[in-house]
Design a protein around this ligand. Structure first.
Ligand code: GDP
Length: 508
C-alpha cells in the first residue's frame, strides 16, 4: 500500500515567515538535513547584494523546489514558490500542481499584497487553504481583527482552530480549541519544547475571548474547506515552534489527497490506471557543466515506475524515463516508483516544456496551465551582433522555463521579451551573461502589453494581422500575438475587430 499524499504549497508575503515555517515543518518531518539548508538560505540572504540575492534565490529554488517529508504514515510534498516580492509565472504554475495551500500571515501585518495575489490564484482553482497566523510570540494585532480581515478581504468563512494566550510580552502559549490543551513556552528562548497543559487555567479575559470567538465564527466544516469556501485558522510561531505540529495534523486530517485534474477530453482522476502527469516547471542549467534541464512533472494518475515510456501529448515521440528524480528530503534520489501527487524530475535536453502532458498512451491533455499576458515589455539589444544565435537560444530556453516570454515581431529584428514582474528582467540579464555569455541590454519597447489573437475564421485573423503588421509578433511556439501600446488600445481593437479573440492568457 502506498501512503496517502498531501501535495501543498505555502503562500505568503515576503518576511511573513515562510522559510522559517518550512524549516520547522521539515524538522518535524525528520528532514533535518534539508532544514539546515533552508535556514542557511535565510542567513546568507541578509548578507549579500541584491544581485547575489537573485542568484541565491534561484539556487535555493533549484535545490528545494520540492521537499518531501513523512510523518505518521503520510507523505507530504511541499512545493516551493519563489518568495520574492515580484511575481513570476513560475509561482502561478506551481500552484497548479498542488492540492492545497497553507497561507502564512504575519500577526502584526495581516493580509499583505503578495498573499492576496497568491490567494486569488488559489481561488481560481478552488485550492483549499489552511491559514497560519505567525509570530504570535511578538506583539501583533488583535486576533479578532485578524480573523475579520481574512474574512473580509478574501471573502472566506473563517474558523479559528487555536487561540493565542496573550501575545508579545504577555504570550503564555497557544490554546488548541479542539483539545483544550495549551502549548506552553519553556526556557529563556520561550520556545515550545513539548509541554502541553491539558487542563489549563486560563486568564478571565482569554476565556471571554474564546467564548466570543467560538460563538462569532463558523465552526469547522470539512466540505466547505475543501471547496475553498472556509479556511481553518491556526495561530502560532514558526520561530518558537508553536502550532507547527497542529498544522501538520491539520494537513494530515483535512487537506485533500490528490484531486482530479482538469484535462481534455475529461478530467483525470488519480484512480485512473494509466500514468499521466503534466510539467509545471522546467529548470535549465541546474548544473552549469551540463546543458541539461529538469522538467518537473506532477503525477496525476497511475503508478510511475522507473524506465517507463511516456509520450508528450501533441509533440514528440515516447521518451523513456530512465533516471527520474524524486526530491526526497536528504538529497535528490533516483526514484523507482512514484504515485499520484508526487513530483518527478525528468532530465531532458529541451524536449519537455512547461504545460506538457505526459502519459503512457497519448490521448489526454491537461488544461489550465496558463501563460499570462506580460505586464512589462522590453526590447532586447544585443551588444555583440555575432551572438544572435546564442541570444535566440537563451531567450527560447528561458521562455520554455516560463521565466520570461519572448516575442519575435513580424517586422524588424528587435526581439521583445515580456515579464510579469520587474525582478525577472534582472534575472534575465544576469543569466544571459552568466550562462550564455551574451552581453545584452534591455530598452523600452513601444508596447505595454500583449494579447494572443485567434479567430474562428482564419480570414478574420489575417485581415486583422495585415492591417496591424507593425504590432504583430509570434511567440516561441509560433502563435500570433498582438503587441499593444496600452490596455486602452486592447479595448479599442477589441471593439473594432469583434471576430478576433484577444486572450490575456494562453493555455497550453
Ligand atoms: P519569509 O521571507 O516569509 O521566508 O520569512 P522568514 O522565514 O525568512 O522570516 C522573516 C523574519 O521573521 C526572520 O527574521 C525570522 O526569524 C522572523 N520570524 C519568522 N517566524 C517568526 C516567529 O514566529 N516569531 C518571530 N518573532 N519572528 C519570526
Amino acid at each position: 500500500m502506498t501512503s496517502p499524499r498531501r501535495t501543498f504549497a505555502i503562500i505568503s508575503h515576503p518576511d511573513a515567515g515562510k522559510t522559517t515555517l518550512t524549516e520547522k515543518l521539515l524538522l518535524a518531518g525528520g528532514a533535518i538535513h534539508l532544514a539546515g539548508e533552508v535556514k542557511a538560505k535565510g542567513q546568507r540572504r541578509l548578507a549579500r547584494s541584491d544581485w547575489m540575492k537573485i542568484e541565491q534565490q534561484r539556487g535555493i529554488s533549484v535545490t528545494s523546489s520540492v521537499m518531501t517529508f513523512e510523518t505518521d504514515g503520510i507523505t507530504f510534498n511541499l512545493l516551493d514558490t519563489p518568495g520574492h516580492e515580484d511575481f513570476s509565472e513560475d509561482t502561478y504554475r506551481t500552484l497548479t500542481a498542488v492540492d492545497s495551500a497553507v497561507m502564512v500571515i504575519d500577526a502584526a501585518r495581516g493580509i499583505e499584497a503578495q498573499t492576496r495575489k497568491l490567494f486569488e490564484v488559489c481561488r481560481l482553482r478552488s485550492v483549499p487553504i489552511i491559514t497560519f497566523v505567525n509570530k504570535v510570540d511578538r506583539e501583533g494585532r488583535d486576533p479578532f481583527a485578524l480573523l475579520d480581515e481574512i474574512a473580509d478581504v478574501l471573502a472566506l468563512d473563517v474558523c479559528p482552530m487555536s487561540w493565542p494566550v496573550g501575545m508579545g510580552g504577555s504570550f503564555q502559549g497557544v490554546l488548541n480549541l479542539e483539545t483544550g490543551g495549551v502549548s506552553r513556552p519553556d526556557g529563556d528562548s520561550r520556545t515550545f519544547q513539548g509541554r502541553v497543559d491539558t487542563s489549563p487555567e486560563l486568564p478571565a479575559d482569554v476565556i471571554e475571548e474564546i467564548e466570543l470567538a467560538q460563538g462569532g465564527y463558523s465552526s469547522f466544516d470539512a466540505e466547505a474547506y475543501r471547496n475553498g469556501d472556509l479556511t481553518p485558522v491556526y495561530f502560532g510561531s514558526a520561530l518558537k515552534e508553536f502550532g507547527v505540529a497542529d498544522l501538520i495534523d491539520a494537513l494530515a486530517r483535512h487537506a485533500p489527497p490528490p484531486r482530479p485534474q482538469p484535462a481534455e477530453p475529461v478530467p483525470v482522476s488519480p484512480e485512473l490506471g494509466e500514468v499521466t502527469g503534466f510539467v509545471f516547471k522546467v529548470q535549465a542549467n541546474m548544473d552549469p557543466q551540463h546543458r541539461d534541464r529538469i522538467a518537473f512533472m506532477r503525477l496525476c494518475s497511475g503508478t510511475f515506475k522507473r524506465g517507463m515510456k511516456l509520450t508528450p501529448t501533441g509533440h514528440g515521440k515516447p521518451i523513456a524515463v530512465h533516471s527520474p528524480i524524486l526530491f526526497f528530503a536528504q538529497n535528490r534520489e533516483v526514484a523507482d516508483e512514484a504515485f499520484p501527487g508526487d513530483i518527478i524530475g525528468i532530465p531532458n535536453h529541451g524536449t519537455l516544456r512547461v504545460g506538457d502532458t505526459l502519459s503512457e498512451r497519448a490521448g489526454v491533455r491537461f488544461t489550465g496551465l496558463p501563460n499570462f499576458a506580460p505586464e512589462i515589455l522590453r526590447r532586447v539589444q544585443l551588444k555583440d551582433p555575432t551572438k544572435t544565435k546564442q541570444l535566440r537560444k537563451a531567450l527560447d530556453d528561458m521562455a520554455e522555463e516560463g521565466v520570461t516570454q519572448v516575442f519575435y515581431p513580424e517586422i524588424g529584428s528587435n526581439w521583445v521579451i515580456g515579464v510579469v514582474g520587474q525582478l525577472q528582467l534582472d534575472v534575465l540579464l544576469s543569466r544571459l551573461e552568466a550562462e550564455y555569455k551574451v552581453a545584452a541590454a534591455l530598452e523600452p519597447a513601444p508596447f505595454d502589453t500583449a494579447r494572443w489573437v485567434s479567430a474562428e475564421d482564419a480570414a478574420d485573423l489575417k485581415a486583422f494581422a495585415d492591417l496591424n503588421r507593425s504590432a504583430m509578433a509570434k511567440d516561441r511556439d509560433g502563435n500570433p500575438v498582438f503587441l499593444a501600446k496600452s490596455a486602452w488600445e486592447v479595448g479599442y481593437v477589441q471593439d473594432r475587430y469583434p471576430k478576433v479573440r484577444f486572450a490575456a492568457t494562453r493555455e497550453r
